[in-house]
Design a protein around this ligand. Sequence first.
Ligand code: FBP
Length: 553
Amino acid sequence: MTISPLQQARYGYTPKLPKMLRAGFDGIAVEEGAATEAASDKEKIQALFPNTYGMKEVYFKEGANTAEKKKHIVGVILSGGQAPGGHNVIAGLYDALKSANEENILLGFKGGPSGILEDNYITLTKETIDKYRNTGGFDMIGSGRTKLETEEQFEVAAAVAAKHEMTALVIIGGDDSNTNAAVLAEYFKAHNTGVQVIGCPKTIDGDLKNDDIETSFGFDTATKTYSELIGNIERDAGSAKKYWHFIKLMGRSASHIALECALRTRPNICLISEEVEKKAMGLNAIADYIADSVCSRASLGYNYGIVVVPEGLIEFVPEVKKLIEEINETLAKHGERFTKLPTWDEKLGFLTAALSVESMKVFNLLPMDIQEQLLMDRDPHGNVQVSRIETEKLLSNIVRNRLQQRKQQGNYNGKFSPLHHFFGYEGRAAFPSNFDADYCYSLGYTAFLLISYGYTGYLSTVRNLAKGVEDWKAGGMPITKMMDMERRGGEDKPVIKKALVDLEGKPFKYFEAHREKWARESCYTYPGAIQYFGPSELADETSMTLRMENDEF
Ligand code: FBP
């Protein structure tokens, strides 16, 4: 098969390792730091994790490797949505494992966490790995959204691990998957299975972030991909001068993706869900905010512009949030009965009886296609699938109504032609940027170091990421350190806290300080395509969010 020259060139790219890991497996020593404590709810979390709570922070450094020399059979799982770099985590893991001992074996469980439950796996060989080095997507072994969380599932996983004589399992996933990794590690330890569990921080959404994880992998590439597209649309808008582009960007809950893309491209409007929630902005207030920009640009003769909308916005608008919560509850209780109702009128009748009067009022104000989208199947966590709700169309509709009113009042005399875009899947499987390619390879390599030194219930960490790769610091952090208790599905559960956009943080503050000017003028910037080769300042550039958060901007 003929492959593209870039694909060929990327196979040959050698990910850069932090200086401390360059000595090779035998030249990497471990150092332990202080014992850790949970982020909050310490006693409750300690009680739930008696065997894996309070473990020490771990750092790697140059020095003689003192890990026990034994044969390792390691399983690996990709969990959740695709994120560029996942293949490199597996490649780094594989290379470290083989450099420790050629006899070591890596099993890739297929199709996500269900792969271990169904014992559906392939033995990963150099030939397979080489076909996927530095490529996007998760197609090497596939992914899935099955949650590993019940005792029965843990028993099956333990039996499969025993069958293969596995010594460890690496779970590459987001906050929920890594929470489950911690619970599984505790279970394996409590039951003396001898199987260690290590997590790796993945998600384009960027919301698996805390004192110990500077960024999740995939965020860098996905935001650069979307920013290229937004910049291209900005150029087109400024050339044609006739459309308002409403662009929805992925990011299930947090608006990190939208914010990063806004910093890179300076659209006229970028909504930040966390701010919308804090200011309790209803749909009308949001529409007015956008309409203000449309009107002020029209007064300068610009009947075009760019509005960036985070995918999760709809769930942060107070009245819609309440509506969604009520629908979720109703569907959780009576989903089957509801789905079987044959006509739309009967469905409406059912909802009218089940929802509060205020929520039904909000529901009735929404266009029918949005109403239908709000009622679609939930994801495995019981959440509405926000990527399938056309919030960008909903907003442009309400803005249009607002503008008509303003026209009638003589306050606006422009033209408003909206176009709609949704960028999500375009960025999740792109060739990883050098940053993600390097970061992921190091995460995988570090995951095996943690395994070889006998750790379990840890997340592989690589820090100091806003500096050059040579200064990155590899180590491990007990997952229980990142946990607190949250109410989920009517129960108190230990979870890794999801990081939302910090409205006091530097990235948001920078955006806030500039957005008024961006709303009126055309201050667009055009980031262009990701550069994989060439000068380091282009090819190794990190996200603006990461640089701003680490005072490197
Ligand atoms: P993860 O949290 O699993 O990384 O996935 C995030 C995401 O890409 C969101 O941005 C988006 O809402 C969702 O996945 C889409 O899910 P699906 O792939 O199931 O359509």
